[in-house]
Design a protein around this ligand. Structure first.
Ligand SMILES: [Zn+2]
Length: 163
């Protein structure tokens, strides 16, 4: 579809047109594009190509963007029902996770969007300050330390720092 078509259609109308009939669980399954973790995506602005449909759902109800993470009560990443979404307080969740000793976020639903930007920035800053090998790569012990500290997999770390 040409870009102009999107621009003339308000965000809420585009959002609503991509929702499937609610299923038994009450989930609103996203019928549009999804990222590889199963989160719905919506074209947003020319500079910020896609935005998570869950964020649009939150915005339409609350008239503001989530301040940190947006979590599902239903554990269904494809669900965009605003009643199934809640704003996680990044710091509390983080402390809680570390205290419970959970190694990492549940499953693979831990793309960049799930991390509050401050934490992504912290990870990137720390990563960039790590000692490098002669070939210019970040040495493995340093990477390992970040992965353990933030409870993320090497794939996830790679995804964060490559963005
Ligand atoms: Zn749901």
């Amino acid at each position: 579809m040409p870009r102009g078509t999107y621009e003339r259609t308000p965000l809420d109308a585009r959002f609503l047109s991509k929702i499937r009939q609610p299923i038994d669980s009450g989930c609103w399954e996203w019928a549009g594009c999804k990222d590889k973790d199963g989160y719905g995506l919506l074209w947003y602005t020319p500079t910020q190509n896609n935005i998570r449909a869950t964020w649009v759902s939150f915005w339409l109800v609350n008239k503001r963007w989530p301040s940190g993470m947006l979590c599902h009560t239903c554990d269904n990443p494809g669900c965009v029902n605003p009643n199934h979404l809640f704003e996680g307080n990044a710091k509390i969740n983080w402390d809680d996770m570390v205290r419970k000793g959970r190694g990492r976020y549940k499953g693979e639903n831990n793309g960049k969007c799930c991390f509050p930007t401050e934490i992504v920035a912290m990870i990137i800053t720390e990563y960039e300050s790590l000692p490098r090998t002669q070939s210019g790569r970040i040495a493995r012990p340093g990477r390992q330390k970040i992965m353990e500290k933030y409870g993320i997999s090497s794939t996830h770390l790679y995804r964060l720092v490559k963005y």
